[in-house]
Design a protein around this ligand. Structure first.
Ligand SMILES: CC(C)(COP(=O)(O)OP(=O)(O)OC[C@H]1O[C@@H](n2cnc3c(N)ncnc32)[C@H](O)[C@@H]1OP(=O)(O)O)[C@@H](O)C(=O)NCCC(=O)NCCS
Length: 161
């Protein structure tokens, strides 16, 4: 039987203090779709220690592409940030993707708001490249920033990130 941990994910997302209520609503919507599809829509992985979930990542194939994927949400418990869990979740995501094909493009979109500075640092540290920005995309002075990484089975890149 599949294990769904919706309430814990929402608790973690609520506590990190960077998401608006509209963003939390989108997380709820995605988790609902995931559960209703019995786990077929979106891939959700979590990181646990002593059986307690400390973070999660939601990702999936990008529609209308041959081998591209998107990270939709990546969240680590507020008290456990900065200890490598975000990096581990990204590696779990990349390993899963490379289990489904020899090469892939993995993309993530985020905001240039200061609240997302840790996320931007993490993506750069994990060898994602900046593909571009759209000024004022979310609102005035809040740009969209796009990161991507090309993954190849057995490549140094996929091993080191
Ligand atoms: C972004 C996020 C998932 C990173 O998870 P994490 O487990 O803290 O990440 P890591 O420990 O692997 O961090 C690696 C790098 O990210 C940065 N970083 C992440 N969190 C940090 C924190 N709390 N304090 C300082 N640096 C932090 C650092 O640059 C760090 O590099 P370092 O190891 O050289 O110090 C986490 O901070 C988070 O949940 N933030 C709120 C939600 C969010 O912004 N999600 C992304 C958009 S959907």
């Amino acid at each position: 039987m599949r294990e769904f941990n919706r309430d814990r994910y929402l608790e973690i997302a609520g506590n990190v203090g960077v998401f608006t209520s509209a963003e939390i609503d989108v997380i709820i919507e995605i988790l609902n779709v995931h559960e209703k599809s019995d786990g077929k829509e979106y891939v959700v992985f979590n990181y646990k220690e002593a059986d307690i979930i400390l973070g999660f990542i939601i990702f999936g194939r990008t529609p209308l592409t041959e081998f591209s994927w998107d990270i939709y949400w990546l969240v680590v418990d507020l008290g456990r940030q900065g200890k490598g869990i975000g990096g581990k979740l990204i590696r779990m995501c990349q390993d899963f993707i490379l289990g489904n094909g020899d090469s892939a493009i993995l993309k993530v979109e985020t905001s240039t708001k200061k609240e997302f500075a840790h996320a931007r640092n993490l993506y750069v540290k994990q060898n994602f490249k900046e593909a571009g920005r759209i000024p004022n995309f979310y609102k005035e002075n809040d740009d969209l920033i796009i990161y991507y990484i090309a993954l190849t089975s057995g490549s140094t890149m996929s091993r080191t990130i």
